[in-house]
Design a protein around this ligand. Structure first.
Ligand code: AKG
Ligand code: FE2
Length: 495
């Protein structure tokens, strides 16, 4: 199970590039397979033609034909040798190299869990952004039409997943999309030759699941395409649908009025407040006199400050190059340890600030931005989100009160700095639902906020989350800053 989570293909867009590369190898293999078949086919065809010509010559008068010693000798030789060789030729296995190629990479292929995660991510996108199933299937995502659509097999997979997970309303919607595609002439399975039988099988599955109204038009089409062999069973199924369909139950469609503040934020529906003010930050480092930081005060309690152009394009490239080969499933802290949880779907890696000169520079800049020290703080974490990748609303502090820790062991995360390395085409905002604040990623921008009150207790107004990425590859870097080493510069105040 653990190993499977390490792979978790859908959890990072950059991580999925490996799959695309692998598929390109498979395609090349299949192309070779097709070429081999074609070569074999043309050999067979030319042999058949030659033999037919010979037969035609003989047909006029067989005895006369065979009375020529050349014809007689050739026939005997052919019948002794050639046909056996052709038999061997036919039996020669084909496509083994290609099958081996796939077999060798079997454990790099997405698992059942990966596919299920991907289905869950599709539902998350639908729910958070209030998308219609039909629009999703057709590549219309939040009013932007992409030149991409799902095919019948994709929609069938989603229908089956939601059916198996008791979401019959959603299952019906995806099966209906699948059915519409089939009625438009799409093929459900590329390896079936008998279209009518394929429709029959799909319709009987739908009948078993009690989606009679989705099955009905399919069975009509199957009837049209039927051959003698399957007419009777199609007729039987049609009868069954007529008999059962009055009992069909439709799940109640829940009116869309329960939009949470989090969802509103993700949809960009918070009233756009004027940010408090903007200024240049010239201190504490003398260097800032020359290159002040552009900051925008966004919220006072908890304090939230946004910085613009605080990472250069070159630094962003460095960070991504460093992280790309090291991406591993991101975890969350729970009961004293770090574990994988579906509330956080991304891949990431840690970066020691002392890794190199450029990382040290970034570390110093964080201290300038925050007026805090990073002594004893954890490493920086670089993250890349995947299909519908998100981080559900959470706090960055630990809340040791809940954990019953003695006071001298308490060292909480006083602040967070969240850098955006990329822009996200759609979705992927960071939302503070209780403050009704949302931030859309822009490369080089950073959000800094304090997680604790001045007396060191957790400020639950800092609840925040990363909205699912609808379209894009979202890269961020976070620095969680710890409390205790701030003692000389920022002593905690009594309430
Ligand atoms: O990626 C984001 O927008 C937020 C990430 C975050 O909250 C975290 O990593 O703690
Ligand atoms: Fe966070």
């Amino acid at each position: 199970k653990n190993e499977e989570q390490e792979k978790s293909h859908s959890n990072s867009v950059a991580g999925m590039e490996k799959l695309l590369e692998l598929e390109s190898q498979f395609i090349e293999g299949f192309n070779n397979y097709a070429n081999e078949m074609q070569a074999k086919l043309s050999l067979v065809r030319s042999f058949v033609t030659a033999m037919q010509t010979e037969q035609a010559k003989a047909a006029q008068n067989r005895e006369h034909y065979l009375s020529n010693p050349l014809n007689a000798f050739a026939l005997i030789r052919r019948m002794h040798r050639d046909w056996i060789e052709w038999k061997n030729f036919i039996e020669e296995p084909m496509g083994w190299a290609q099958a081996d190629l796939i077999n060798e990479h079997k454990d790099q292929l997405p698992s059942k869990t990966d596919l299920e995660d991907a289905c869950v991510a599709m539902k998350r996108l639908k729910d958070v952004y209030n998308l219609k199933t039909r629009d999703m299937a057709n590549g219309l995502l939040n009013d932007i039409q992409y030149n991409v659509s799902l095919n019948a097999l994709d929609t069938y997979e989603l229908g089956s997943y939601f059916h198996n997970h008791q979401d019959t309303q959603l299952a019906r919607e995806w099966f209906s999309e699948c059915s519409n595609m089939l009625l438009d002439g799409e093929i459900l399975h590329p390896i079936t030759l008998d279209q009518s039988n394929m429709l029959f099988i799909f319709a009987s599955t739908l009948v078993k699941m009690k989606y009679y109204s989705v099955a009905r038009p399919l069975i009509e089409l199957a009837m049209k395409l039927a051959n003698e062999k399957n007419t009777q069973k199609i007729l039987n199924l049609r009868g069954e649908i007529e008999r059962l369909s009055p009992n069909e139950t439709f799940a109640e469609v829940i009116a869309e009025n329960s939009t949470s503040l989090y969802q509103k934020g993700c949809r960009g529906q918070f009233a756009t407040q004027s940010k408090l003010y903007c200024q240049y930050k010239f201190s504490p480092a003398p260097f800032l006199r020359l290159a002040p930081l552009k900051m925008e005060l966004s919220h006072l309690d908890p304090l939230i400050i946004v910085y613009y152009d605080v990472l250069s394009a070159a630094e962003i490239k460095q960070l991504q190059c460093y992280a790309r080969p090291l991406l591993d499933i991101a975890k969350v802290y729970e009961d004293g340890k770090n574990v994988f949880q579906p509330v956080r779907t991304s891949k990431g890696t840690w970066l020691d600030r002392n890794y190199s000169n450029w990382s040290r520079t970034i570390g110093r800049r964080i201290e300038d931005m925050t007026d805090l020290t990073l002594n004893d703080s954890a490493e920086m974490q670089i993250l890349n989100y995947g299909l519908g990748g998100h981080y559900a609303a959470h706090y960055d502090y630990f809340d040791f009160v809940k954990e019953n820790k003695p006071i001298n062991e308490i060292n909480d995360r006083i602040a967070t700095v969240l850098f955006y390395l990329t822009q996200v085409d759609q979705g992927g905002a960071t939302v503070f639902p209780r403050l009704q604040q949302s931030f859309s990623p822009q490369p080089g921008m950073a959000v800094f906020w304090l997680n604790l009150h001045d007396d060191g207790t957790p400020n639950n107004q800092t609840l925040h989350g990363a909205c699912p990425v609808l379209v894009g590859s979202k890269w961020v870097m976070t620095q969680w800053i710890e409390e205790r080493s701030q003692i000389y510069t920022r002593p905690c105040l009594k309430r």
